[in-house]
Design a protein around this ligand. Sequence first.
Ligand code: NAD
Length: 484
Amino acid sequence: TPAAVNGAATFTPVHMPAYIAGRAVETGRTLEVRYPYDGSLTGTAALIGHEHLDEAIKAALEGGKKPLSRHERSTILRKAAALLAERREEFARLITRETGLCMKESRYETGRSSDVLEFAAMEALRDDGQVFSCDISPMGKPRKIFTTRYPVNVIAAITPFNHPLNQVAHKLAPAIAAGAPTILKPSERTPLTALKFAALLYEAGLPGWMLSMFLGTLDEVINPMIEDERTEVVTFTGSVEIGKAIAKRAGYKKLCLELGGNSPLIVLEDADLDLAAKLACEGSFRNSGQRCTAVKRILVQESILEAFTEKFVELAKTYKSGDPEAEDTVVGTVITEDSAKLLERRVHDAVKMGAKVLLGGNRKGALLEPTVIANVPRDAEMVHEESFGPLGPIVTIKDLDDAINYYNSGRFGLSSAIVTNNLQAAMRASKELKTGTTNVNEVPGYRLEHTPFGGVRDSGLGIKEGVVEAMKFFTHVKTFSLPW
Ligand code: NAD
């Protein structure tokens, strides 16, 4: 029950073991997770040692000798989706207790993860093999070339704190659909949801060798996991800095990096301003602004600056922040008090540079109010770097050219959005912004769980995720030819 007595809801701390090839492992060493809202204990998770990593890799390699059929993989994924739907509230509560996100967001996340599982169950059944006739050139022969896919031997995956369930689902569901065993290290800030999800997957019938999930120290477990020459893939979602360090360490492997973003919402003078204000609020404040595709800067054309700002501030006032477990809260905390302090400092710095706080800006512990800041200079750290929290900085632009040049001169390239009814402007933004996604009259983060998703430049290497693309990445294409 989320009912609050003296503002404090009851919650019994949970303990999760590590899972090595389906076996629950305890070492006596644990890591603590605390509720960002009040610092109370959310639970503990077991830490493993180097020998367990070795055991996980060996089990994956051995198990892979007898792969699962498409039907088996699909059945496991469908069963997992059904179990998750049954336990939605339980998972949501734990997500909130690990992240401080409000319950509304945590419930939404469980729904997204169900979609990931359902779509992966569908894709597991589909063979995308191709057939090429070879008699199409003077040098040709009466043969055919066929393509087939087989899973990579082992995937090493590392996930971030934001979306503690869905980021994990986006690694594991496509891996299961593709038939590739995975060893996964979740964020040390949100491991309990991830480990609970691992337990659910085993319960749905996933054989132990297909998944190991654990926490450990950098020296003993994480670095060796990235470097291990027995594994063919490293897939990482997290910050630019760590992603680049992993790229150096991983060496000769398939590498997927899904890194930070600094997504703009471009509002042009012909825009529907009610829609623009709605998208600015949803994009900036949902998930406490902790989405890689959250709106990080609102680029507004001079001529409509005043009219837009008024509507944005008015709507932003309705985004109530506070106790994450209260049903009417729509903006919970950010992940730690230190993160909230960093954001607060960036607000103060921007103000010193001439920006003006129009709404919010107050912080209590890890809780930072949804904040609207106007007249933010382009070189303010708040918009220059990724500010992972509920900030809505408004940056003035002259026109679309100015917006495109400004965005393209930065180092991120994950996502973007434009609010306009001018088709030509929409098409130009779609073609000219150097980024993974451009959404017209939607938030930058809009997607389906199986559509291609991922960034370029500092946001990633252009390798896409989303169920369909991730399945391709987790397999090798082999061709064979027959006389025909
Ligand atoms: P982070 O980079 O701090 O941590 C990510 C993961 O890496 C965690 O599991 C962490 O324990 C691990 N890690 C930390 N140091 C490591 C090291 N030296 N070697 C290997 N692993 C290490 O990121 P975070 O703060 O958890 O997540 C927020 C970031 O993730 C933001 O920048 C956000 O934009 C990004 N993100 C990107 C996407 C995307 O799809 N592009 C999605 C979600 C989040």
